[in-house]
Design a protein around this ligand. Structure first.
Ligand SMILES: Nc1ncnc2c1ncn2[C@@H]1O[C@H](COP(=O)(O)OP(=O)(O)OP(=O)(O)O)[C@@H](O)[C@H]1O
Length: 600
């Protein structure tokens, strides 16, 4: 069976509904406590109390103005009551408008804070975290999962507080109006709670499944778009579309299932409410006939009972909303709790301006526990040296530079810069002194100028241009439609491979790091660009310690030290001439193989 498109990102998070998590979610609303309190006050005082007063006024109108037990109808009192009701309605309208505006505002602020906190946290996570997760699934958590909390924070929190207050108010009113009738109506409530509680867990899992399906769609989407050229080149569009369709359908099915479960809350409440109304009519009529209650009070009672179910229905909906939000919250907090695998020690020091003396002392490392990628690595590199790392694919060249930048920590041994263990240095101070030019030269969307300035945003235009000139990038940049202000697409797809390389050289040169890492591009480029890149390299490497994951013969030949790796072990080191003299040596073998390839 094909094992293509396996996104092992998310398993169902097996945690029960947990109040601690809830409390944690609500810490995000804490900074806006005063605003929330204000809204709750306005809505309770002007929205809820006005609403609760209206049925009371209606009962007064019936029993005292329209059909008093004693005396004639009182028209004046009726108009008075009507005027009072108008004022109450106006007040209620204003309170509702204020509440909607304010709750939306508060909700947006909370979502903003949460998204920023999550993004900030993810930015600080180590390579190990990203090794394990497809980019699409990380996107989903910052977008969809955070969005799904929006409803909770915009309407949910404030409305729930108001609903609970309204519910308590109505219970008090019902019991005061007619104690026995009030009790009789409320007898159905526990039944409703028992039924809905059993739905709770199933709904939570159903929504989590939806999120996971969405996350997989996003992962696939991300991969499909990034790999579209390969897909089209291998004519795999149909297969891709088929796979996407399957995912999409599965998403719909799980959405429908979750939503159907959600909808069960409504009928549960409706049936309970119908039972309550029946009890009310039967028992209420009996009370009127026996003279224990007036018609006006029954009318008010009926209205209050309908008000009684309103907050319960909304709280029920809010509860399902909460369950949906909980699964998103769990997914968000799972990332928030992720500690960077490469952390900063409590007493980490700022690495002073380094000279560029690099030492690897008996270093051992593996990406996975049982598969060592490097073993017994000892290197001593003087400041200013150019070191070429060579070896077969997978021999550990990139891993050496990953450890130097501290993208990962060694399992054994130490990496020292100017005698300071990289684990004792603040990450910022370490990485800002190391420049990296990767094989996959990442160009960000923005102008050419912004891209060159990436590592030193404060560089002047003149400095940007000087850097570009030094690495021979100025000529091609000035021929672009808007020169340095030309907008490049994300990943720089409008630029050629060689041009992207030159741009990344300019970026590294402008940042002027003491230590430079260069993962040479393997793609073959024309001789003229190759020459230009060689010249640019000369400028770039001058006066700094450089590590080159080398693929080009020309670069290797001029390196001060060539380190030959094989299966994670250093098998030879020396300069070109020394290594070529070793009969049957690894390096000599590599060079001879390349010459054979080039002359073939
Ligand atoms: N992120 C990762 N997770 C797990 N294993 C990895 C990871 N990166 C590299 N490896 C493994 O570690 C070993 C060394 O990889 P490394 O990338 O250092 O090789 P390399 O010499 O730079 O290869 P190439 O010339 O192909 O870039 C390989 O066996 C590789 O499969």
């Amino acid at each position: 069976m094909s094992r293509k498109f396996q996104y092992q990102d998310d398993d169902l998070i097996e945690k029960s509904f947990n109040w601690k998590q809830m409390a944690r979610l609500f810490t995000y609303i804490k900074p806006y406590r005063t605003e929330v309190n204000r809204v709750v006050f306005v809505m309770t005082a002007f929205g809820m109390l006005t609403k609760l007063a209206i049925p009371f006024l209606i009962s007064m109108a019936i029993d005292r103005a329209i059909q008093p037990r004693e005396g004639d109808p009182n028209q004046g009192l009726l108009y008075g009551i009507m005027a009072g009701m108008l004022v109450l309605y106006a007040l209620r309208w204003w309170a509702q408008r204020y509440t909607i505006l304010k709750t939306n505002e508060i909700g947006q602020k909370v979502i903003y804070d949460l998204r920023t906190a999550l993004f900030k946290h993810i930015q600080g996570l180590s390579f190990r975290f990203f090794d394990k997760r497809p980019a699409g699934s990380v996107l989903v958590r910052v977008t969809n999962d955070v969005n799904s909390l929006q409803d909770l924070f915009t309407n949910g929190v404030v409305n729930s507080v108001i609903d609970i207050a309204q519910l308590l108010g109505i219970i008090v009113i019902l019991l005061c109006l007619q104690f026995k009738l009030g009790l009789a109506v409320m007898i159905t409530v526990p039944l409703m709670f028992v039924v809905s509680a059993s739905l709770r867990k199933r709904i939570r899992f159903a929504w989590q499944t939806v999120r996971i399906k969405q996350s997989r769609i996003n992962s696939h989407l991300n991969e499909s778009i990034q790999g579209i050229r390969v897909t089209q080149a291998f004519a795999q569009e149909k297969e891709n579309i088929g796979f996407f369709d399957g995912m999409n359908r599965s998403n719909i099915r799980s959405w429908n299932f979750a939503s159907a479960l959600n909808q069960l809350f409504g009928p549960v409440i409706e049936i309970t409410s119908a039972a309550g109304t029946l009890i009310l009519l039967l028992y209420g009529t009996h009370l009127i006939q026996s003279g224990a209650m007036t018609v006006g009070v029954l009318v008010a009672f009926i209205t209050y009972v309908s008000y009684f179910w309103e907050p319960i229905t909304r709280l029920g909906q809010m509860y399902s909303q909460l369950l949906i939000s909980m699964s998103s919250a769990e997914r968000i907090f799972e990332y928030m709790d992720e500690k960077p695998a490469v952390g900063e020690k409590p007493g980490a020091v700022d690495l002073p301006d380094v000279r560029g003396h690099v030492r690897f002392e008996n270093v051992e490392f593996g990406y996975e526990a049982d598969r060592p990628a490097l073993r017994g690595i000892d290197l001593d590199i003087e400041p200013g040296m150019t070191v070429a790392l060579v070896g077969h694919t997978g021999s550990g060249k990139s891993t050496i530079v990953n450890l130097l930048c501290r993208f990962y920590d060694t399992v054994k041994g130490r990496v020292l810069i100017d005698g300071i263990d990289v684990r004792d240095a603040k990450l910022d101070s370490l990485r800002s002194q190391i420049g990296i030019v990767l094989q996959d030269t990442f160009i960000f969307s923005g102008t050419i100028r912004d891209n060159i300035r990436y590592g030193r945003p404060d560089a002047t235009d003149a400095e940007v241009e000087a850097a570009a000139r030094s690495v021979r990038a100025h000529d091609f940049i000035s021929q672009l439609p808007d020169g340095y202000d030309t907008e490049v697409q994300e990943r720089g797809s409008a630029l050629s491979m060689g041009q992207r390389q030159l741009l990344s050289f300019a970026r590294a040169l402008l940042a002027d790091p003491r230590i430079l890492i260069l993962d040479e591009a393997t793609a073959s480029i024309d001789t003229e660009t190759e020459l230009r890149i060689q010249e640019a390299l000369g400028t770039l490497l001058a006066d700094r310690t450089s590590f080159i994951v080398a693929h080009r013969l020309s670069t290797i030949r001029h390196a001060d030290l060539i380190v030959v790796l094989d299966h994670g072990v250093i098998v030879e080191q020396g300069n070109h001439d020394q290594l070529m003299k070793l009969p049957g040596g690894h390096y000599r073998g590599l060079i001879e193989a390349q010459y054979r390839f080039l002359s073939a």
